[in-house]
Design a protein around this ligand. Structure first.
Ligand code: PEP
Length: 251
């Protein structure tokens, strides 16, 4: 059975004390998770040492990194390696989040290297893709998604599986804006991603989870996860409070 992956991205928010309190409250609100879902929380690096063990205390809850550098170790000031994340009990990582692409200037080639290096190191990877509002207006959604998928997955065509890879479709214009994509827009984008995954990874593409991200809230989550080819959600703002994220997880 394909489990829904309900993922939280805490971005650059919270002190260690706040993160620990939120993780504790979340684990207690969630209790025993329904069989059909998994939970992932991606906290800032600063609190992983304290937060990862709390999440690990609830079967079905996992910790993820928002970012890492694709090297085993070395002189990369300010960066964090996959081995260092695995050492903390972190099992997932994001690559290609829109804020890393558009605020930090990460390019397709680096994102592809991260996906390949992360998988090789033993992390489960979530490749984030999505068009900007300008690209949407210019009718370039398909071109952008196909390019980001092809470059993001170029190094993992023989190693990616439904176990170690998920894709998050996050239209940039919907992230943090309250402007959630409509059902038809989500259906069309996810169908496109599914068909591209099936052609790039013929034996695994049908089973790889495709998450939707962009202004998911407790009141729209249930309708979104019911849509075809939506296998979970990636949540920013509404994941910062344990009660709203637990409502989304259990939607
Ligand atoms: C995100 O950061 O990936 C995200 C989807 O944010 P928000 O839920 O706040 O739109």
């Amino acid at each position: 059975m394909k489990k829904l992956l309900m993922a939280a991205n805490w971005k650059m928010y919270k002190t260690v004390e706040e993160g620990v309190a939120t993780a504790r409250e979340l684990v207690s609100l969630l209790g025993t998770l329904p069989q059909d879902r998994e939970v992932l929380v991606c906290p800032p690096f600063t609190m992983m040492h304290s937060v990862c063990p709390i999440l690990a205390g609830n079967a079905g809850c996992h910790s993820g990194a928002q970012n890492f550098y694709p090297a085993a170790q070395g002189a990369f000031t300010g960066e964090v390696a996959p081995e260092q994340l695995l050492d903390l009990g972190c099992t997932y990582a994001l690559a290609g989040h829109s804020e890393r692409r558009h605020v930090l200037g990460e390019m397709d080639e680096l994102i592809g290297r991260k996906v390949a290096f992360g998988l090789e190191a033993g992390l489960k990877m979530i490749l984030c893709i999505g068009e900007t509002s300008v690209e949407r207006r210019l009718g370039q959604i398909e071109e952008v998604l196909v390019r980001q998928l092809e470059s993001g997955l170029a190094g993992v065509l023989s190693t990616a599986t439904a176990e170690n890879l998920a894709v998050a479709y996050e239209p940039v214009w919907a992230i943090g804006t309250g402007d959630v994509a409509g059902p038809d827009e989500i259906l069309a984008a996810h169908a496109l991603v599914r068909s591209k995954l099936e052609s790039l990874l013929p034996s695994e593409g049908a089973q790889i989870r495709i998450l939707y991200g962009g202004s998911v809230k407790p009141d729209n989550a249930a309708a979104i996860i019911r849509l075809d080819n939506v296998d979970g959600v990636l949540v920013g703002g509404a994941s910062l409070k344990a009660d709203s994220f637990s409502q989304i997880v259990l939607a």
